[in-house]
Design a protein around this ligand. Structure first.
Ligand code: CMC
Length: 426
C-alpha cells in the first residue's frame, strides 16, 4: 500500500502521497498543495525541495556516497576512463567494446570547430575570463550548427558535437589567448590526450604525451562528471524546461558553474593558497577570518550543501595530488599549505560543529597545476568534466512525460495596491 502523510492546515486535514526512491529516500508529493489548500511551501536555496525524479546519480551526504548509474565513483575512478564514464552517464549502461569504439569514432568525427568561430575568440578582450568565453561560444554553436531533420538524430548529434567540441574550444581559447597558432585535434589520440596535446603542443616544442598525466586528467574529469541537482545542473534543467535547445541550456550551466561558491571555487582555492604562500599570510588568521560572522570571507574548498562528511571526491583527489607530484619528483608548496590548513580547520570547533570538510575543489587545483593548466582555466576544466552530467540530466528532463516548465512561486511582501500619481503631483 502506498504511503501518505497527513497535514493539518487551518484546522483542516489533507493527505499527500509519499514518493520513495530505490535507495530509500522519501519525498512528500505536494504537487496538489496549492490547488487543495491555497498554500505554497517556502524553501530558499531549495535545500529541502526535490525538483525531479532521476535515475542518473545517487548521493548520500551523511555517509559520503556518490554513485553514477549505481556504480560507486571510487570504482569508476580506479578502473574507468572519462570517455567510458561519459557514455555510462548519458546512456545509462557501461558500453561494450563495440559501443566504445563507435563512440570514439563519433567524437573524432565531430572534434573540429567551425573555422569562422576563431574570429570571435580573437575579438574577446585579452582579460576576458575563459568561462565567459566558453559560455558564449557554446551558445553560439546553435548558429553554426542548425537543427537537423529528426528529433532523435538531432539529440544524438548535438550530444557528441558538444562533448567533442567543448575540449577543442577550451584549448583553442587558451592558444588564442597566448597569441599562438591553434592546434587541431588528432584522431589517433584519446579524448584526454587530445586535449593535452591541443593545449600544450607548439611548433618549437612538440608535446610529449605522458600516460600518467592523461590518467590524472581522466580521473579529474570522472570525479566532476555529475553531482545530481547542484546549482549549474539545476540551471541546465530550468533553462531547458522552456524547451530551448541543448546548447543554450549548457551555456546557462557554464554561467552558473562560474560562481565562486560553485565551480569557481577551484580557482579561488589556489588563489587563497598562493596568498598564504607568497604574502606570508598566516593559516590560523585565514581560519579565524572564515569564522567571523560579519566577514563575507569563507574558507574556499570547504563545506558542501549535501556532504556533511568528507567529500568522497576530495579524498580521491588528495591521493592523486600525492601521486602526480611523486611521479615528477616535484614538490608543490601549496600542497603542504593545503594539508596544514585542512588539519587546523578539521580540529577547530567551528568547522567540526558545522560539519565543514574539504570538498572536491580543495585539492583539484594542485592536480591541475601539476598537469600545467593555468589557474584561470580551472573552472573550464570543471565544466568539461561536468558536461556528460549536464547532458544526461537535460536528456532525462526532455524525455520526462511529467516535465513542466520550471516556474516557482513567491510570497509577495511589497506595497499593497496603490494608485499611480502623475509626475507633477509627486
Ligand atoms: N567557510 C566558513 N564558513 C562556512 C563555510 C566555509 N567554507 N561554508 C559554510 N560555512 C558556514 C556558514 O557561514 C554557515 O554558518 P551559520 O550557520 O553560522 O550561518 C554554515 O556554515 C552553513 O553554511 P551555508 O552557507 O548555509 O551552507 P550552504 O549549504 O548554503 O553552502 C557552500 C554550501 C558550498 C556554498 C558553502 O559551504 C561555501 O560557501 N563553501 C565555500 C565555497 C566552496 O568551496 N564551494 C565549492 C563547493 S563543492 C563544488 C561544487 O559542486 O560546487
Amino acid at each position: 500500500m502506498s504511503e501518505h502523510v497527513k497535514m493539518i492546515i487551518e484546522g483542516k486535514e489533507y493527505e499527500f502521497p509519499v514518493i520513495c526512491g530505490t535507495e530509500g529516500e522519501k519525498a512528500i508529493d505536494i504537487t496538489s498543495l496549492r490547488q487543495k489548500t491555497g498554500f505554497i511551501t517556502m524553501d530558499p536555496g531549495f535545500a529541502n525541495t526535490g525538483s525531479c525524479i532521476s535515475s542518473i546519480t545517487f548521493m548520500n551526504g551523511e555517509d559520503g556516497i556518490l554513485r553514477y548509474r549505481g556504480i560507486p565513483v571510487e570504482q569508476l575512478a580506479a578502473h574507468s576512463t572519462f570517455k567510458e564514464t561519459a557514455f555510462l552517464l548519458i546512456n545509462g549502461e557501461l558500453p561494450s567494446r563495440k559501443d566504445l569504439n563507435r563512440f570514439s569514432v563519433l567524437l573524432n568525427d565531430h572534434s573540429l570547430v567551425h573555422e569562422d568561430m576563431q574570429i570571435f575568440y580573437q575579438n574577446f578582450p585579452r582579460a576576458s575570463h575563459p568561462m565567459g568565453i566558453l559560455s558564449s561560444m557554446v551558445n553560439a554553436l546553435r548558429s553554426f550548427y542548425p537543427a537537423l531533420q529528426t528529433a532523435e538524430e538531432e539529440i544524438n548529434i548535438m550530444v557528441t558535437r558538444l562533448l567533442s567540441k567543448i575540449r577543442t574550444m577550451a584549448a583553442m581559447s587558451y592558444k588564442i589567448s597566448l597569441g599562438h597558432k591553434v592546434v587541431y585535434p588528432r584522431p589517433d589520440l584519446s579524448y584526454c590526450a587530445n586535449f593535452l596535446n591541443m593545449m600544450f603542443d607548439t611548433p618549437v616544442r612538440p608535446y610529449e604525451i605522458d600516460e600518467d598525466l592523461v590518467k590524472a586528467l581522466s580521473l579529474f574529469w570522472i570525479l566532476h562528471a555529475d553531482h545530481e541537482q547542484n546549482c549549474s545542473t539545476s540551471a541546465v534543467r530550468v533553462v531547458g524546461s522552456g524547451r530551448v535547445n541543448l546548447y543554450a541550456s549548457i551555456s546557462a550551466g557554464i554561467a552558473a558553474l562560474w560562481g565562486p561558491l560553485h565551480g569557481g571555487a577551484n580557482q579561488k582555492v589556489i588563489e587563497m593558497l598562493e596568498q598564504i604562500h607568497s604574502n606570508g599570510e598566516s593559516i590560523k588568521k585565514i581560519v579565524e577570518m572564515a569564522k567571523e560572522k560579519e566577514n563575507p570571507f569563507r574558507l574556499m574548498g570547504f563545506g558542501h550543501r549535501v556532504y556533511k562528511t568528507y567529500d568522497p571526491r576530495a579524498k580521491i583527489m588528495k591521493g592523486m595530488c600525492h601521486k602526480v607530484l611523486k611521479k615528477f619528483k616535484a614538490e608543490d608548496p601549496l600542497l603542504d599549505i593545503a594539508m596544514e590548513l585542512e588539519e587546523i580547520a578539521l580540529s577547530d570547533d567551528y568547522f567540526v560543529e558545522k560539519n565543514l570538510y574539504p570538498n572536491i575543489d580543495f585539492y583539484s587545483g594542485i592536480v591541475l597545476r601539476a598537469i600545467g593548466i593555468p589557474t584561470n582555466m580551472f573552472t573550464v576544466m570543471f565544466a568539461i568534466g561536468r558536461l556528460p552530467g549536464w547532458i544526461s540530466q537535460w536528456r532525462e528532463s526532455v524525455n520526462d512525460p511529467e516535465w513542466r516548465i520550471a516556474r516557482p512561486r513567491q510570497i509577495y511582501v511589497g506595497p499593497v495596491k496603490r494608485d499611480y500619481v502623475p509626475i507633477d503631483e509627486r
